[in-house]
Design a protein around this ligand. Sequence first.
Ligand SMILES: [Zn+2]
Length: 319
Amino acid sequence: MDRKYVIGVDIGGQTSKLGVVDARGNVLIQNVIRTDTHDDVTLYVKDFGAAVRSLAAQIEGGMDAIRGVGIGAPNGNYYRGTIEYAPNLRWKGVVPLAELVGREIGLPVKLTNDANAAAVGEMTYGAARGMKDFIMITLGTGVGSGIVIGGNVVYGRDGFAGELGHTTQVRNNGRLCGCGRTGCLEAYASAVGVARTAREILETTDRPTTLRDIPRDSITSKEVAEAAAKGDRVSIDIFNFTGRMLGAALADFVAFSSPEAIILFGGLTRAGDLLKKPVVEAMNDNLLDLWKGRVEVKFSKLNEADAAILGASALAWEL
Ligand SMILES: [Zn+2]
């Protein structure tokens, strides 16, 4: 039997999305299980196995048609197939998930960190197709990154290379980051960072803005983006600040690996040019002359709902 499908899995804090993917990058069918129900990972692995078998039952050839499973997970370790100390998951310590899942379903399993999975997906199916040198930046609740050099994802000694979200961008009086340090890019250029910028600006200005109609503690980046799209000046300034912070950081990242392009992915990119314009400007303002105007900033082309599944599934073709 020809094993012509793979399964891609995106493990998030609340849910895990599984999808059967063909060689052309079509997500044929999907399934969702809860990630946050059990403290005991072996119970999660049972749910995972049931979800895989249910997907297999819906395709021609069943389990025999599936080559393997690729998993993208927070703090996923590509070398060891483990999830290690993920702050947003209920399982504590080091979880040998690839091994547990492999034993449950009897298929080979490959696991990596979610941003690295997105980079592989972008290179296989998306905006980075044909590129050998690029940096993927995921702008969601946090800021993740995947660095590709010479066509290979950079994993580093321990599998954790590419934590660009936790490079220090503000040295003095920087915001406290979820990692416990201060001034990290993630504290500014994430969805949470945008909401924080909004609260800070509202506390320090009397300028009129529709953001004042929203309870201050519940403002989201989505609401700021919507207000900015309608021409709200304060909201536009929030995206200018966010974009410039990110763009200046990107100039440093370019100096490190000289990529052809930087691909931005995730919820914040829905703000479109409101974000992209200040990012590109600030990046070029801060780049060494030799790179000015020569590094492309692109948004991911992958359908957001499928992208994480596709990215993880791309790993399974290596199996
Ligand atoms: Zn941090």
